[in-house]
Design a protein around this ligand. Structure first.
Ligand code: HEC
Ligand code: HEC
Length: 350
């Protein structure tokens, strides 16, 4: 039945997919940390970030009400170290690609989080839903527990199974604090009364109970577990990659039942989006990114330029421009450290 069906779930961020033109992949907002390269300009040097922090100099006690008065919620780049849950949630929504999948390009008040560009899987096309707090069309009626259940169990308030095009398989690792921050942020988003676009699926996949079988094979619910053998930074990098930014959802080969093949996690797949391969990002010298320095990887995740001076294309373009380019230097550094610490796997995807 649904065997293999959910493999190579891939986001096609419209403009990026259309001819790989990075010029159209500029991220949302004025406070973004994305460098000018995304707008077609000259790449900024590594580590350069916009100096503006929306909460700089602001007393945390009055930050709550001030946020939406000064910087509109849909333009918040977010800050993981803020005292303000909405700021921390905004950050997670960028780094976790919630914005990428649930918002069309160039979002503004009227469509922020109100439904996203097509997400292509082997057997169908999905659309990120309206997750604004509109009571009828969005998640306005949801409690924080409902959001936690969606992210961690892949189920709606009434128990409905979500399709794993929504990567709850990774988000299940999120901490209670991060789920609470995401909830605080989503509830501040302007409600938009926009209907969900139906997914484009063959009849046999339109039965959501098929997902229960898929889950039985491929999904294990559970929070991210710290590795006590490693230090705090490594664990933060691992958490960001595994639970939030879900790098291995795309960068892994899949088993015949459609789950991540644990032996090839991060080792790439020859059957990614549109049948194109997704590279092996383990530090294997010949088949992975063993030849990339820490600086190469940092620069790539910051503004998309690889060691040869080429820019990231396909779905990775959107992951960077709408996701990892928003990371703080510290988070990007620990993420890079984690990726570079992976066991090298000899796996060629071409
Ligand atoms: C790769 C694309 C993708 C990413 C990344 C993603 N989502 Fe989604 N999300 C989807 C799709 C597609 C659905 C619809 C699933 C379905 O209909 O079964 C969905 C459904 C949901 C739902 C259920 C809403 C409803 O209408 O019932 C919630 C809540 C949600 N996502 C929140 C989030 C949050 C929060 C994040 C970031 C932490 C996130 N999503 C990241 C694609 C994505
Ligand atoms: C939605 C799918 C997707 C996600 C999520 C994703 N990637 Fe990618 N990644 C790709 C694709 C596709 C490419 C190939 C890009 C190209 O052809 O220019 C790529 C390329 C890369 C490369 C370049 C490798 C090379 O050999 O050229 C690196 C490094 C990388 N990704 C790291 C990451 C990290 C780290 C994360 C998590 C923060 C991540 N990716 C999340 C799809 C994804």
């Amino acid at each position: 039945m649904c065997a293999g069906g959910f493999s190579s779930v891939v986001l096609v961020a419209g403009a990026v997919a259309a001819g790989g033109l990075l010029t159209a992949a500029a991220p949302v907002g004025t406070t973004d940390r994305a460098p000018s390269a995304w707008a077609g300009g000259t790449p900024a040097p590594v580590g350069v970030q916009a100096p503006t922090d929306p909460l700089d100099g602001r007393d945390s006690a009055d930050a709550g009400s001030a946020i939406s008065d000064t910087i509109p919620v849909w333009e918040l780049a977010g800050d993981p170290d803020s005292d303000e849950p909405v700021e921390r949630g905004a950050y997670l929504a960028r780094v976790g690609n919630c914005v990428t999948c649930h918002t069309e390009e160039d979002a503004e008040e009227t469509d922020f989080m109100a439904g996203g560009p097509p997400v292509e899987a082997d057997f169908g096309t999905f659309y990120g839903t309206n997750i604004t707090p509109d009571p009828d069309h969005g998640i306005g009626g949801w409690s924080e527990g409902d959001l936690a259940r969606a992210l961690r169990e892949g189920r709606g308030p009434d128990g409905t199974h979500f399709y794993p095009a929504f990567p709850y398989t990774s988000f299940t690792g999120m901490s209670d604090g991060d789920v609470a921050d995401l909830y605080a942020f989503l509830m501040e988003v302007p409600p938009v009364a926009r209907e969900n676009r139906p997914h484009d699926l063959p009849w046999y996949m339109s039965v959501r109970t098929a997902v229960a079988a898929w889950n039985a094979f491929n999904f294990r619910e559970g929070r991210f577990q710290q590795d006590p053998e490693r230090d705090e930074e490594w664990n933060r990098g691992a958490y960001l990659s595994r639970a939030v930014a879900h790098c291995s959802e795309c960068h892994s080969s899949r088993t015949t039942s459609g789950g991540v093949d644990e032996d090839l996690r991060y080792a790439g797949t020859s059957e990614g989006m549109d049948g194109d391969p997704v590279p092996n990002i383990t530090p294997h010298d010949e088949t992975g990114i063993g030849g990339w320095s820490e600086r190469h990887l940092t620069r790539y995740l910051d503004f998309g330029m690889d060691p040869d001076g080429d820019f990231a294309g396909g779905s990775m373009g959107a992951v960077i421009s709408r996701g990892t380019s928003y990371m703080t230097d510290d988070d990007r550094r620990v993420l890079v450290r984690y990726i570079r610490s992976l066991e090298p796997i000899d796996h060629s995807v071409d």
